[in-house]
Structures are given as C-alpha cells and as structure tokens.
Design a protein around this ligand. Sequence first.
Ligand SMILES: Cc1cc2nc3c(=O)[nH]c(=O)nc-3n(C[C@H](O)[C@H](O)[C@H](O)COP(=O)(O)OP(=O)(O)OC[C@H]3O[C@@H](n4cnc5c(N)ncnc54)[C@H](O)[C@@H]3O)c2cc1C
Ligand code: FES
Length: 353
Amino acid sequence: MSLKTYFLQVKEVVQETADSVTIYFWHPLSEQIKYKAGQFITIIVPAGEGGKKVRRSYSMSTSPHSDTAIGVTVKRVEGGLVSNYLNDNVKVGDFLEVLEPLGNFFVEPDADKTRHLVLFAAGSGITPMMSIAKSVLKMEPNSRVTLIYGNRSEETIIFKSKLEELGAQYGSRLAVHHLLSRPSSVWVGKCGRINQGAAIRIMKEADTDFTKDNFYLCGPVGMMEDVIAGLGIYNVSKDRIHRENFHAPMVEDEPQEADDSLQTQTVKVKYNGDEYEFEVQPHQTILEAALDLDIDLPYSCQAGMCTACMGTCTEGKVKLDEEDGLTEKELKRGLILTCVAHPISKGVVIEID
Ligand SMILES: Cc1cc2nc3c(=O)[nH]c(=O)nc-3n(C[C@H](O)[C@H](O)[C@H](O)COP(=O)(O)OP(=O)(O)OC[C@H]3O[C@@H](n4cnc5c(N)ncnc54)[C@H](O)[C@@H]3O)c2cc1C
Ligand code: FES
C-alpha cells in the first residue's frame, strides 16, 4: 500500500481538557482529503532522540459529513513522545507531515438505514466515536446512537460540552451515558468502570436489540474484553462487534519462550516497482528488518493494528504475531502485516501494492 504524504497546515488548536488538545487542519489547497468516520491519520513529528522522526496514528474526531476541517484529538500519555510533543508544541500556522487516512474501523452512513449504533469509549477512545456519532446523526435521520463513555473524573471528559450540544440538537436520537471511576462528590451520574455488568445494564436501559444492533468499542483492552464477554452472553455475532485498539496489549513481564519455528530467512519484498531482498533474524519482524536497512516500506502503528503495512504473501509461509488487524477473509487471501510478520519458510515473497 503506497501511502500518500501531506503537509497539512494547522487551522486551530483547542484545549479540550488539561491533558488533551484537538488539532484542526486545513485541507490542502489542491484537494479535499477523503476519509470515513472512524478512520485515522498518521502524524510524523521530530519528537525522537536528536529530532528523529516518529510516527503515531490519531483517529479523526471530526466528521467528514459535518465538519469542514480535519481534526484529531490527542491525549497526553505519561512519558509519551508524540502525544506530549503535539500537546506542547503545535500552534496555528504550523505544518505537520501526515499520511493519508486509513483504517478498517469506520461507519459509512446511509440515509435509507434505520439502525441503532451502540458505542463504547474510554478516555481518548472517544475520538473515532465522535466522528461516527456526528456522521450517523447527521446523515441517517431514522437512526439513533447510544454512547457509553468512561472517564476518571468530570475534568477528564473530552467533548463534554460538545456531546451536550449534540444531545440538544438531536434529542432522543443520541443517548450519552457517562461513567466516572473517581467522580467528585457533586457528580450525579453513573459511577464505576465500564465492565461486563455495567455494559449489560446500560445496553438494556438503552433498548438494545442484541439480534441486530452494531457495537463499536475503543478503549483499554480490558474494557473491550469485558464488553465483548457481555455481548457473548447475548450471542451477538462477531461481525457486529467492531473494535479499535489504540495501544498494543501489554507484553507480559515473564520471559518469552523461544519460538523454534523462527530461523533467519531471506525474504523478497516487491514495492513501488522495486524489489528488495534481505535477511530477517528470528527476533525481527519483516518490517523491522527492512527499516534497519533503511528500506522505506509503508507503516504506521507497528503493532498490527492499522493495516498501513499490509502486503500479500505470494510465495513461502509467514507467521503473524497478531492477526486481529486482518479479517478472516483477508487472512485466507494471503494478506499479511509486515510489522507483525516473520518468515517461517525459505523463499518468502511479499508484494505490497
Ligand atoms: C489506530 C489508532 C488510532 C489512535 N487514535 C488516537 C487518538 O485519536 N487520540 C489519542 O490520544 N491517541 C490515539 N492513538 C494512540 C496514539 O497513536 C499513540 O499511541 C499515543 O498518543 C501514545 O504515543 P506517545 O508517542 O505519546 O507514547 P509512546 O512514547 O509511544 O509510549 C510511552 C509509554 O506509554 C505507553 N502507551 C502508549 N500508548 C498508550 C495508550 N494509548 N494508553 C496507555 N499507555 C500507552 C507505551 O507502552 C509506553 O510505555 C491511536 C492509536 C492507533 C493505533
Ligand atoms: S504498521 Fe500498523 S498494522 Fe503494521
């Protein structure tokens, strides 16, 4: 996948909470950047050691159907390179290097549909949900949205007043359920975390039809697993559960067992009309080996979540550390993600479109 790069000028920076900002960009003069509600862009900034460029993905919090600018909302992660760089440094007029929108976590509104979308978000996981909610509410007059949104305290709720405005605009078509794990004494809303019990209670309160509604999840892995377990009780089919991972699951502290199927192999990668042949060591992924040799392959999250590094394995066999980023159909077609792929046979050939 050959990714298009843009240099986007910052139109506005809005402080949403003490530790998050929304950065709005102008579209380039020459084109209107197309994206789907729920997708993300990759921002590349010199936030690494000695000004080294680093890239991170950020979901659009704006809607392609109701907002003129493209916007991302970035929440600080303690000790995080890029989230703090963006919160501390970006100002109106700056240009940021950005890769084109990507991602399989999206909703395409259809005015003829009548449906109920149930969105679960925690913390910064609100960003794609904001885009999806705004898009569906605007474009599907017969559909409704329930948002279940977890945060620590009142002050950390991103888009609190924007959600109230949307509620006033769309009435009963939008129901927002805030859950706070450490609320102040004056909080009159729901308390606690989004766990299995809370998720089921609120979904019932929201007249959820488990036989046909669609569920969208973005937040910590534990929260998403709890909600999925709750949906499992009602036999919700996998194709109606959509999740976006912002953060790769924590690697256990226990030493990893050596994987005997991995040996140093030579792989061939065809990309952009060029062919690269190089060795991949057992401890490396195909992408890591390529980047170590300064071979400029496409990538973004480097964690098997965004599909920016997708290619097809046309010869030989590879093993993926993480398969969640691809659908079963894509895996059957031989699609792989180079950032989590290891060659496990001789003669592996990968083609990247
Ligand atoms: C598809 C996608 C969309 C995303 N959209 C958004 C978005 O809209 N808004 C947003 O704020 N972020 C979003 N993220 C997360 C974002 O890409 C970065 O991972 C995040 O900003 C942290 O980057 P950093 O460079 O500051 O931290 P790093 O320097 O990469 O990490 C510092 C430390 O924090 C840990 N860490 C990294 N990310 C997280 C996290 N999310 N939660 C807890 N600990 C973490 C790391 O393991 C490490 O220990 C998205 C990620 C993906 C894959
Ligand atoms: S770089 Fe994101 S899935 Fe590989």
